[in-house]
Design a protein around this ligand. Sequence first.
Ligand SMILES: Nc1ncnc2c1ncn2[C@@H]1O[C@H](COP(=O)(O)OP(=O)(O)OP(=O)(O)O)[C@@H](O)[C@H]1O
Length: 368
Amino acid sequence: MPTQTVALPLAKNDVRTARSNSPRYRAIDQLSGGDPAMLDLIERGKRLIDRGIPVLILGETGTGKEYLSRALHEYSERRQAAWVAVNCASIPESLAESELFGYCKGAFSGALPGGMKGRVQQADGGTLFLDEIGDMPFALQTRLLRVLSEREVIPLGAPHPVPVDVQLICATHQDLKTLIAEGRFREDLYYRIAGGVLRLPALRERADRRRLIMQMIADELGGQPDEHVIAPAALQRMLAYPWPGNLRQMHAVIRYSCAVMNDGRIEVRDLPEELMQFTAANLGHTGQAANVRPIVPQADAMAFPSRQSGDPLRDERTRVIDALVGSRWNISAASRQLGMCRASLYRKLRQLDIPHVRDQAMPAYAVA
Ligand SMILES: Nc1ncnc2c1ncn2[C@@H]1O[C@H](COP(=O)(O)OP(=O)(O)OP(=O)(O)O)[C@@H](O)[C@H]1O
């Protein structure tokens, strides 16, 4: 199945030129681990895709917009033809027109002798994925609008238009309505590209995080999902973490953890720094608590006096809090996990300034 990505000479940040090294795309039905909003979105996407309706995928960075675009193409009747991705944010304005629409022999000095087919024409019969559409230069928006309404392109220097038939999928993390209000995005183009809008949920809002984590670990290690490959405290931390970088960040964390773990099991110490430093108590400060289901009454993190970095007791305190949160404050289970008796754990709580949950009006910890 042909796949093309833009590798513009001056594009410094088109990360997708690396796709050929790690193209682990998923089929459309594998994009959800059972999250109801995702299941609904997938069903709507499947119904839309072969109707000649342009699809607009919205979502925060790293929520899987490109994966969804690719999966929709693979599901569609156009799957035998090309899926051509263009990152509108990384096209230098001076090259944009020729890259997108192509040019004829001798169109300008420095042009390839035989001319060049533009990306739109390369996607003929298949799918054109315009990523970061909100960053498309205004002048180019006007040209694109014409292509979409006339269903033809005029390569630079060409005497006649060339008909094209593409399924258009656009994506952006930006609020296009705001860009329109600011005069940075054409309203008529918006209505042309937003035939069907699919809004991907942020990872912190998804109810299928546990299954996603297990599936990503299984993919990384090869094999079936298996909860034994991750310690409960490490899993709890991943479930409670707000994932500002969404699936991209989760994937990177899992790759890292699988690379550094010992004895085939991910422990808290195998998590990268941002998760090591994260304790559920941070939720009170990040404002993410609304997306996280509390296991104990919600709380003010100040209830647990925090220790500064460099404090030798800090790591131990984090480890103890994780065990307590992971066991839902079951002291016997937490002490077993920490390898100490119940009396020692109570002593530790006093030594590390961790008030027992029952002694607080509003204890601080939450898990997903
Ligand atoms: N369903 C999935 N399963 C596993 N990993 C995924 C999935 N979706 C996305 N990823 C991971 O997240 C990364 C980002 O995905 P993708 O490029 O589709 O997101 P995006 O929303 O288009 O990002 P951006 O807004 O930055 O362009 C992928 O490279 C992959 O590592």
